[in-house]
Design a protein around this ligand. Structure first.
Ligand SMILES: NC(=O)c1ccc[n+]([C@@H]2O[C@H](COP(=O)([O-])OP(=O)(O)OC[C@H]3O[C@@H](n4cnc5c(N)ncnc54)[C@H](OP(=O)(O)O)[C@@H]3O)[C@@H](O)[C@H]2O)c1
Length: 250
């Protein structure tokens, strides 16, 4: 797919990896809907930076703790741009929780933000696709989805389900929409952790270093622009972490 002149939504596009992906799409000429939850000022900043690339951009708020409201981001895209070609589901939460201490609230928060919102956004994307329209959906997941450990239980379950959802959607929306996932390893320290945490984590993966937002952008751009003949797959951008498993596994 040629991104120039297309319209893309990036959820959680105001900050961190979502921001990097959003600005990369703008740089390739895609008009942008920068979804945000709480980061209104940061979203407006991304909008301004996207416009500096010569594209049109808007910010759209939706709290994915109420996932049935997520489709209004699709509606905002269609109202403003009259078309929607790309959906990148990047917004997520990542909260600790073992098998013994995960409570229902932790479980529900993860399923709402990390799984229900991407599902209802994808459904809305598909429902609004014109009869001759084509599109691409990218779900950002985690290598833990494929090689689970015992921490972050609800998070891991949602990211594993997102891989399965990718496979379901790829079949249901073919041949006009491709749906793929990008499973990340240590790229940025999680909120609340510092760079030293990331460096420690990075030592436990085969490539012995953490990745960068550019690595994530490269994988997303490959799936969007590099090939139209890839669907239902999960590209691992994790330095090989999935080969060795969680540090506690040895
Ligand atoms: N960072 C990594 O190294 C890493 C590793 C593995 C997987 N991943 C995955 O990569 C993606 C991006 O990672 P990241 O570290 O950049 O993510 P992040 O900073 O933890 O969060 C991304 C965005 O999610 C949005 N979000 C959270 N709760 C929300 C809610 N209730 N409603 C609406 N939006 C909500 C936030 O938007 P607002 O700020 O606007 O509220 C936030 O900016 C995520 O799917 C993550 O699971 C990242």
């Amino acid at each position: 797919m040629q991104l120039e002149g297309k319209t893309a939504i990036v959820t959680g596009g105001a900050r961190r990896l979502g921001r990097a992906v959003a600005l990369a799409l703008a740089e390739r000429g895609a008009n942008l809907v920068v979804h945000y939850g709480h980061s209104a000022a940061a979203a407006e900043q991304v909008v301004a930076e996207a416009r500096a690339h010569g594209v049109e951009a808007i910010a759209a708020q939706a709290d994915f703790h109420r996932p049935l409201e997520a489709p209004r981001v699709v509606e905002a895209a269609l109202d403003h741009f009259g078309r929607l070609d790309v959906l990148v589901n990047s917004a997520a939460i990542f909260e600790a929780g073992s098998v013994l201490d995960t409570d229902e609230a932790n479980w529900d928060r993860h399923f709402a933000v990390n799984l229900k919102a991407p599902f209802f956004l994808s459904q809305s994307f598909a429902r609004h696709l014109p009869p001759d329209g084509t599109g691409k959906i990218i779900n950002i997941t985690d290598w833990r989805a494929l090689r689970p450990g015992t921490d972050h239980v609800a998070y891991t379950l949602t990211k594993a389900a997102l891989v399965t959802l990718t496979q379901v959607l790829a079949q249901a929306l073919a041949p006009r929409v491709t749906v793929n996932a990008v499973a990340l390893g240590a790229i940025l320290p999680p909120p609340g952790a510092d760079q030293a945490y990331l460096e420690r984590l990075a030592r436990s993966v085969p490539l012995r270093r953490h990745g960068s937002p550019d690595d994530v952008v490269a994988a997303v751009l490959f799936l969007l622009e590099g090939s139209d003949y890839v669907t239902g797959t999960t590209v691992l951008v994790d330095g090989g972490a999935h080969l060795w498993g969680p540090p506690s596994n040895g």
